[in-house]
Ligand binder design. Structure first.
Ligand SMILES: CC(C)(COP(=O)(O)OP(=O)(O)OC[C@H]1O[C@@H](n2cnc3c(N)ncnc32)[C@H](O)[C@@H]1OP(=O)(O)O)[C@@H](O)C(=O)NCCC(=O)NCCS
Length: 216
C-alpha cells in the first residue's frame, strides 16, 4: 500500500499567528476510515456550494467510491492522533475516478471530492493528496487530462486547483425549472396529484370494506 509520511508541517494554531507542528501520512483509504471520511466531508461540504443534486455528500458516496475506485480514494492520517486528542485521526481525503469514453483512446481523471480538516488548512494536505492521486492515475490508467469542478464562489477550492495548474476553466450553466409553475409541464404535476388522490381514496374504501367484513 502507498504510504507517504509528511513530517513537521506548520499549522496556524491561534489568531495571533502561532504555529503548531503536525505530521500526517498520505495513504489509500481503508474500510475503517469510511465513517471518519464521511464525518469530515459532512462538516465541510455545505449545501450552498453544491446546490445541484448530482453532487450530494452522503455515506453512500464514500462507500460506493471505496468499492468502485478504491485506488483513487486517499486519506491523510494525523500521525499524532490519540484517543481523545483535539484533532481527528483523518485530516484530509481525496476521492477520484477515471472516466474512459467509448471510442476514445483517452482516459480522464476526475477529482470528485477533496477535503481538509479546516484547522489544518494551508498545510499542504490537499496538495499532497492530489499529487498522489494524479501519480496513481497516470501509473494505473495513463490519464493525460484531469478535471475538477466546484462552485465559482468556493474561493479556496478555485485557488487550490489554480495553484495546482488547473488553468483551463470552462464555465458551466445549470438550468432548472419548477414544474409546478411551468405552463408546459404543470399539467403533469396536476395529473400525478389526481392519480395519487384516487389511489388514496381506493385504499381507504378497501380498508373500510375490510373492517366492515371483520365486524360482521
Ligand atoms: C480546497 C481545500 C481542499 C484545500 O485544502 P488545503 O489542504 O488547505 O490545501 P493546501 O494546503 O494543499 O493548499 C495549496 C494551495 O492552494 C491555495 N489555497 C488553498 N486554500 C486557500 C484559501 N483558503 N485561500 C487562498 N488560497 C488557498 C493556496 O495557493 C495554497 O498554497 P499556499 O498555502 O502555499 O498559498 C480545502 O480548503 C477544503 O477542504 N475546502 C472545503 C471542501 C472543498 O471545497 N473541496 C474542494 C472541492 S471538492
Amino acid at each position: 500500500m502507498v504510504q507517504i509520511q509528511i513530517k513537521d508541517v506548520k499549522v496556524k494554531s491561534t489568531s495571533k499567528g502561532d504555529f503548531e507542528k503536525h505530521s500526517f501520512t498520505v495513504r489509500e483509504m481503508e474500510i475503517d476510515d469510511i465513517a471518519e471520511v464521511y464525518q469530515l466531508g459532512e462538516s465541510n461540504f455545505k449545501a450552498n456550494l453544491w446546490p445541484m443534486l448530482y453532487r450530494s455528500w452522503d455515506e453512500y458516496e464514500v462507500t460506493t467510491l471505496f468499492n468502485t475506485d478504491g485506488d483513487y480514494c486517499l486519506v491523510a492520517e494525523n500521525d499524532d492522533y490519540e484517543e481523545g486528542s483535539k484533532d481527528p485521526r483523518i485530516v484530509g481525503f481525496v476521492l477520484g475516478t477515471v472516466i474512459s469514453k467509448a471510442g476514445s483512446a483517452w482516459s480522464y481523471g476526475y477529482v470528485i471530492w477533496a477535503c481538509t480538516y479546516t484547522p489544518w488548512a494551508r498545510a499542504g494536505i490537499a496538495g499532497r493528496l492530489l499529487d498522489k492521486l494524479i501519480e496513481t492515475m497516470v501509473e494505473h490508467e495513463g490519464i493525460r487530462i484531469i478535471m475538477a469542478d466546484t462552485d465559482p464562489e468556493n474561493v479556496p477550492a478555485v485557488k487550490f486547483f489554480t495553484k495546482k495548474g488547473f488553468l483551463e476553466q470552462k464555465p458551466h450553466v445549470y438550468l432548472s425549472t419548477n414544474l409546478e409553475t411551468n405552463p408546459r409541464y404543470a399539467h403533469l404535476i396536476e395529473k400525478s396529484r389526481k392519480a395519487n388522490r384516487l389511489k388514496l381514496a381506493r385504499k381507504k374504501s378497501k380498508n373500510a370494506a375490510r373492517s366492515k367484513k371483520r365486524i360482521k
